[in-house]
Design a binder for this molecule. Structure first.
Ligand SMILES: [Zn+2]
Length: 157
């Protein structure tokens, strides 16, 4: 944390800039997002000026103290705009990369399962359409009518 922070003002300002997601427990940043989707926070200083920081870094350091040199703050919830200090931990960059690899692998595995399931029950032969639907199923952005089509097809089996 930088020196000379106007802590009272900083806290007051910080608390106005996130909403709690009751489902996930994430504190979703409603202020500006910077590169990579991380929350940006202007920390007020005692002299009346501001210094820009990542919002999650501010939240983490407020609770745990300064991040040790060489370590990075990681989101255990994998949501970059989350500023809940309980969802943050420190680790190395290598930890971060390993985590990401595991996540991508798991997504791919789920996608393959969704795709096989979709092609099996709908009998969709065109690979591209099934691909598209499987991807959206994985991302949970499929529409109700599309899902109904799939379910109806499944009933016919
Ligand atoms: Zn979170």
């Amino acid at each position: 944390m930088v020196n000379n922070v106007d802590l009272e003002k900083a806290l007051e300002s910080f608390q106005k800039k996130y909403t709690v997601n009751e489902e996930t427990g994430c504190w979703e940043w409603s202020g500006a997002l910077g590169n990579g989707g991380y929350g940006q926070f202007g920390i007020p200083l005692i002299d009346g000026t501001y210094v820009s920081s990542s919002a999650h870094k501010f939240a983490y350091e407020l609770k745990n103290g300064v991040v040790p040199k060489g370590l990075v703050i990681r989101h255990k919830c994998h949501r970059r705009n989350c500023v809940n200090p309980d969802h943050l931990s420190v680790g190395t960059n290598a930890d971060n990369q390993m985590d990401r690899k595991k996540r991508v692998f798991k997504e791919k595995e789920q996608y393959e399962k969704d795709l096989a399931w979709l092609m099996g029950i709908t009998g969709i032969k065109t690979h591209t359409k099934a691909h598209r639907l499987a991807l959206r199923l994985l991302r949970r952005t499929i529409s109700d009518s599309e899902l109904k089509t799939i379910v109806d097809a499944a009933r016919l089996i």
